[in-house]
Design a protein around this ligand. Structure first.
Ligand SMILES: C[S@@+](CC[C@H](N)C(=O)[O-])C[C@H]1O[C@@H](n2cnc3c(N)ncnc32)[C@H](O)[C@@H]1O
Length: 421
């Protein structure tokens, strides 16, 4: 059982030590700490160790606010004081941009998300002993599920649903061994998409409808495994306000995970637009989802919103049409059929907000495109570093960069990077 000195914090928020020349990841340990740890496994060429005792605690070690920490994989850094935590998050963006060749990029302050405000969660479901149902995030580094009694990051209205959901799912045979629950807190209340490993029969649909009525849930959708969702219970309309437009998102729709995170991202995107937009200016919003960015952008210019998911394109088109917003929603797979420099000619700005893997195919063409502004919204600094490097090779420079801590106490970081020519 070696004693280790923690030299740094890795990308996943684990302490990093060296042992006999080898890297050791030590979850739960903080920079500067001396810990007694047991080697428990491997991660690539590195070893992984579990803390047995903190011999010399960091002065920045604090009491975690949630009783499920550190077992629950939803959070990794509740035990760290806020100031070094925030510095570490902000530095992630600086490091990603430095790796891409933009060491001097002007970096804004970290936009913060308060605790107890996350409105979107993808929760794992497990059938436990005696038919009980476990609901929560996966445990750190494993497949087991932490059965949440509370949560320090979720909106309390979602936390309040956990017990009643556990109780109703106990009586739903469609959850045989495992499944998931995506819950989006909309303007109209919680919107639930259940995925189960068995078929949802009529009696269980009635139970879910009763549960929806009791909990003020306008819609529960259901899907078997990764199949397409269908409505299991619909008691009212679903809507979320994006910009000043009410959108009815499809079940399980992607939404920015917290209102504060969304507001920070939208503000940074709008601030990144060219100062003077011509009267007939047009903006392209790539990976547009349900219009989180397209609809606020449409208050400044005409927007063409490109998105791969048909349901989201339909939701955005319907909402924009009804509200008279200047958005044209277009279904397009931007990995298989990225927009070419010719397609992008004439746009005053391009906004792109790709999924976690980034957008290498689209970025290769954006690198060559002659557009005044390119605004890249990222949820993965590693993908951003790779894509920004390609843009740098194409002659783009960084005008501004805003780090956004949307997933409080997790190692994740969102960012908005504005590129100019
Ligand atoms: C990070 S989300 C951003 C959505 C939206 N901009 C927002 O802020 O809510 C990424 C979006 O890209 C879409 N997407 C994923 N792969 C795609 C592809 N190959 N082509 C087009 N859209 C894709 C997803 O459906 C999702 O809506």
């Amino acid at each position: 059982m070696p004693d280790l000195t923690i030299e740094d914090l890795g990308a996943a928020g684990d302490g990093i030590a060296r042992l006999d020349g080898r890297t050791v990841f030590v979850p739960g340990a903080l920079p500067g700490e001396r810990v007694r740890a047991e080697l428990t496994g491997k991660r690539g060429d590195a070893a992984v160790a579990a803390v047995e005792a903190v011999l010399t605690p960091s002065p920045d070690r604090v009491t975690p606010p949630c009783p499920h920490f550190p077992a629950c994989g939803g959070c990794a850094l509740q035990h760290w004081a806020d100031a070094p935590y925030a510095d570490w998050k902000r530095a992630k963006l600086a490091e990603a941009l430095a790796r891409a060749g933009f060491a001097d990029a002007p970096l804004g302050p970290l936009a913060r998300t308060p605790p107890a405000t996350r409105r979107r969660a993808d929760l794992a479901l497990r059938r436990g002993p005696g038919g009980a149902v476990l609901i929560g995030f996966h445990e750190r580094g494993g497949q087991a599920v932490t059965d949440l009694a509370t949560c320090a990051v979720l909106d309390p209205r979602l936390v309040a649903l956990l017990d009643p959901l556990r109780a109703v799912l106990k009586r739903v045979p469609a959850l045989k061994r495992q499944g998931s629950a995506v819950v989006n807190l909309l303007e109209t209340g919680p919107d639930l998409l259940l995925r189960t490993d068995g078929v949802l029969e009529a009696p269980a649909r009635i139970l879910l409808a009763e549960f929806a009525a009791a909990q003020g849930i306008p819609r529960i959708a259901w899907a078997q495994n990764d199949g397409p969702p269908e409505t299991a219970a619909q008691l009212g309309l679903v809507a979320i306000r994006l910009g000043d437009v009410l959108v009815a998102p499809p079940p399980g729709a992607f939404l920015q995970a917290s209102p504060a995170g969304e507001a920070a991202i939208v503000a940074a995107v709008l601030a990144g637009l060219p100062e003077r937009l011509p009267a007939r200016a047009a903006i392209a919003d790539l990976f547009a989802g349900n219009g989180t960015l397209s609809l606020p952008l449409a208050q400044r210019a005409r927007v063409t919103a490109f998105e791969g998911a048909a349901e989201s394109v339909a939701a955005l088109a319907a909402a924009a049409g009804k509200a008279g917003a200047k958005v044209q929603a277009v279904r397009r797979d931007l990995d298989r059929q990225p927009l070419t420099p010719k397609d992008l000619q004439g746009f005053a700005a391009v906004v792109l907000d790709p999924p976690y893997a980034g957008a290498p195919a689209q970025v290769a063409l954006l690198a060559k495109a002659i557009i005044p502004r390119l605004i890249y919204v990222s949820c993965n600094p590693a993908a951003l570093a790779r894509d920004a490097q390609a843009l740098g090779r194409g002659g783009w420079r960084v005008v501004s960069a805003t780090p956004v801590d949307q997933f409080l106490w997790s190692p994740h970081l969102e960012s908005v990077v504005v590129f100019g020519r």
